[in-house]
Every structure is written in structure tokens, then in C-alpha cells.
Write a protein of this length. Structure first.
Length: 106
């Protein structure tokens, strides 16, 4: 069976039923990037076959690695680290969060 190759942020996972996003985080235009919305879904734990099929396009990333929850506070920049922490909290609470700049909206 060929491995599935897809963009990592393409949408809800195809290998399971997505109930809804864990976090939705509008991102304002800054640093030369256009305004955007980041949506994070719980993709579950991939099988070895699915994990082997996650292949970023050449030159798209300087590097990447699978991370467990404690590592997510150490590896990414502060904004993605906040977004990941909130997604893990949403998964633990069984709900979804609306964020602003990677943190819970006030």
C-alpha cells in the first residue's frame, strides 16, 4: 500500500472522524505574511506506515521531528508552542478553543 503524502495543514485528518478543531487561531498580517487562520485538529497517533509517509516538500523546512507533549514547549518558537499547548489542553478537556495570537481569547 503506498504511503499517503499530504500537506500537514490541509484540513481534518482523513484516517479518523474529525469532531471539530481543537483550536482555531486567527493570525493577523505581520512579518510580511498575509492574514490567515490556523486550525488544529487531533489527528491521533499515526501508524508507522502513515508516519513514514509524512514527507515535507524539499526545502520547505529547515528540519522537523515528531515530539511528545513535553518536547513541544522546547522545540517550536513561542507562538506555535502556545498554540500546541492550547490544543493539548483542548483535547484533554474534550472541547475546542478559539485563540488569539496562540493564547486563549479574552
Amino acid at each position: 500500500m503506498p504511503s499517503e503524502r499530504r500537506h500537514l495543514t490541509a484540513g481534518p485528518p482523513r484516517n479518523r472522524t474529525a469532531v471539530g478543531p481543537l483550536v482555531t487561531d486567527p493570525v493577523p498580517a505581520r512579518y510580511g505574511h498575509a492574514e490567515d487562520v490556523v486550525v488544529v485538529y487531533d489527528g491521533g497517533i499515526p501508524t508507522l506506515e502513515i508516519a513514514a509517509g509524512v514527507v515535507p516538500p524539499p526545502g520547505a523546512l529547515r528540519g522537523w521531528a515528531w515530539s511528545d507533549p513535553p518536547q513541544t514547549g522546547q522545540r517550536p518558537r513561542p507562538l506555535p508552542a502556545r498554540r500546541i499547548a492550547e490544543a493539548l489542553r483542548a483535547r484533554a478537556d474534550g472541547c475546542g478553543f478559539y485563540l488569539e495570537d496562540g493564547g486563549t481569547a479574552t
